[in-house]
Design a binder for this molecule. Structure first.
Ligand SMILES: [Fe+2]
Length: 348
């Protein structure tokens, strides 16, 4: 697999040959400094961490951008490629200054001013890129952001809070609802957006694009991709949602479907899905082989470092994380994670 690690900024998107394009861009020190200062402005809602305040939170981010037009234009230039369907992933190393706060032990964001400022920076970048943070009242305890950090209790689990085992290819919350294609009570996250805080362990995040998976599948099983578009697969919510909802019935869904822009979409997580019968199971296995083939040929790996902005399309890109030896909590790997979705209308 290619391993991308640049000193400058990188924008990576899939092109027809599967190779990501990259370019070096930068946010000036003065832009960065002014955004950090404005993030402490009193106009932010002081209860901005809850799902029900997402709109207020995003509107506050937009006001900051309006007051800081040069930084806003530069941020937009950096982040807006996430609106380009051919570029479904953006990695901007060191976009933000990291924070000198110990890695938390809990998964929910603490009401610590320094950490909240980091979340505001992430929101500003998202909004500058035409996306809204999204949060769900019944997921992640209704919080906008989640701490992704190794939890010693989950060390052996197949989870973002594990570390000792590989977290295989998946999309987040695959049992969630997609317009016109059923699913659970929540909307399938459109984008996963991370703000790296620290990663001394150099834990590796891997991604593979759906288009490459379909190419690999068609090469071996021409004309059979429709097998994955039947609602023949039982999906259960991941553990993080089951904890809040209690036991939930699995939902019958397709693995692949077209959205309203005729773009193929995917949901996948072998930890919480299975075929309805032997034939469906057989095609799941074949698709899994294609994921591995595509990953070997075109997959990319990233080390999300301190201050990095890292975002990708959860319905077009599968991701995974290789096992790593976690440091103790004060210095353990730590990312802030927010779900995002494209904004249809200007915020203010
Ligand atoms: Fe994930």
């Amino acid at each position: 697999m290619d391993d991308f690690s640049f000193d400058g900024f990188q924008i990576s998107g899939r092109q027809s040959n599967g190779v990501g394009r990259s370019q070096k861009l930068a946010l000036s020190d003065s832009d960065r400094a002014s955004l950090v200062v404005l993030c402490t402005a009193s106009e932010w809602p002081d209860h901005a961490l809850r799902a029900e305040t997402v709109d207020e939170h995003a509107a506050a981010a937009q006001r900051i951008l309006d007051r800081c037009p040069d930084a806003a234009a530069n941020l937009h230039r950096l982040v807006s490629p996430i609106l380009d369907p051919s570029a479904n992933l953006v990695h901007l190393p060191s976009l933000f200054p990291p924070v000198a706060v110990a890695t938390p032990v809990g998964s929910h964001l603490a009401d610590d001013m320094l950490i909240i400022a980091q979340l505001r920076l992430l929101t500003i970048a998202l909004v500058a890129g035409g996306h809204m943070p999204t949060a769900y009242p019944h997921e992640n305890d209704g919080r906008i952001a989640r701490n992704v950090r190794p939890d010693p209790c989950d060390a052996g689990e197949r989870s973002s809070h594990g570390g000792k085992v590989d977290f295989e290819w998946h999309s987040d919350n695959p049992s969630d609802r997609a317009p016109g294609h059923g699913g659970g009570a929540l909307e399938l996250p459109a984008w996963l957006v991370f703000h790296g805080q620290r990663n001394f362990e150099k834990a590796v995040t891997e991604v593979v694009h759906l288009a490459d998976i379909v190419t690999a599948f068609e090469r071996k099983w021409p004309g059979e991709i429709g097998r994955l578009m039947r609602p023949d697969f039982l999906f259960s919510p991941p553990e993080s949602i089951r904890l809040h909802h209690g036991a939930m019935e699995p939902v019958l869904l397709p693995v692949l479907w077209f959205d309203d822009k005729a773009q193929l979409q995917v949901r996948w997580d072998t930890g919480c899905m299975k075929g309805i019968d032997q034939e469906a199971e057989w095609w799941l296995f074949r698709f899994r082989e294609s994921i591995c083939a595509a990953a070997a040929e075109h997959g990319k790996s990233f080390v999300i470092g301190p201050g990095d902005f890292f975002a990708f399309d959860n319905r077009r890109i599968l991701h995974g994380r290789r096992r790593f030896k976690a440091f103790p909590p004060p210095t353990a790997r730590w990312l802030l994670r927010v779900y995002g979705k494209p904004i249809d209308q200007p915020l203010v």
